[in-house]
Design a protein around this ligand. Structure first.
Ligand SMILES: Nc1ncnc2c1ncn2[C@@H]1O[C@H](COP(=O)(O)OP(=O)(O)O)[C@@H](O)[C@H]1O
Ligand SMILES: [Mg+2]
Length: 148
């Protein structure tokens, strides 16, 4: 869905997809919504970083990894963008928390995503370093013998 658009913006979108069948129980459109929210934040973060003068030679990169570990299905979205200040890390999942101006952010993406993943008995972890990277990790219980 996003590959062409991201390529047109000079973003290197990398995929590291696990070989295994990764079934989870829930609504696939909601999972898709979570992924798109994470990707849209990652895109904004790499564009922001590029705006910094000191980052002229910067190569925008977003990576999606999927894998199974201990019956937990994991998908990660990692970007090499602007990163998140430590002081903000506790707040990013709160409704209406945003560091963007009104045209760019409502502050609802992560709170909605968090709600969707909680409903599916999973969780979202974040790891970030300012001006270096952000990694959002979504973990969901593996559901054996799933169907589409
Ligand atoms: N990949 C990311 N890189 C840097 N900051 C992020 C990233 N993802 C989320 N954030 C921070 O979390 C805040 C909340 O995200 P979100 O709920 O999606 O709202 P919005 O994108 O509308 O601001 C963002 O404003 C930003 O400060
Ligand atoms: Mg967002």
């Amino acid at each position: 869905m996003v590959n062409n658009q991201y390529a047109n913006h000079g973003i290197d979108l990398q995929l590291g997809l696990g070989e295994e069948d990764m079934w989870v129980k829930g609504n696939k459109y909601k999972v898709e919504q979570v992924l798109l929210n994470l990707l849209s934040n990652a895109k904004f973060a790499v564009e922001e970083k590029q705006k910094l003068k000191s980052a002229r030679s910067f190569k925008k990169r977003i990576r999606i990894n999927t894998f199974i570990s201990d019956s937990i299905v994991v998908f990660e979205v990692e970007d090499n963008g602007s990163g998140i200040y430590k002081k903000d890390l506790d707040n990013i999942f709160d409704p209406f928390f945003t560091t963007k101006d009104v045209e760019n952010g409502t502050g609802l993406g992560l709170s909605i995503s968090y709600g969707i993943i909680k409903e599916m008995k999973g969780h979202i972890d974040v790891e970030s370093e300012i001006n270096k990277f952000t990694k959002m990790k979504v973990s969901l219980p593996f559901e054996k013998g799933g169907t589409d």
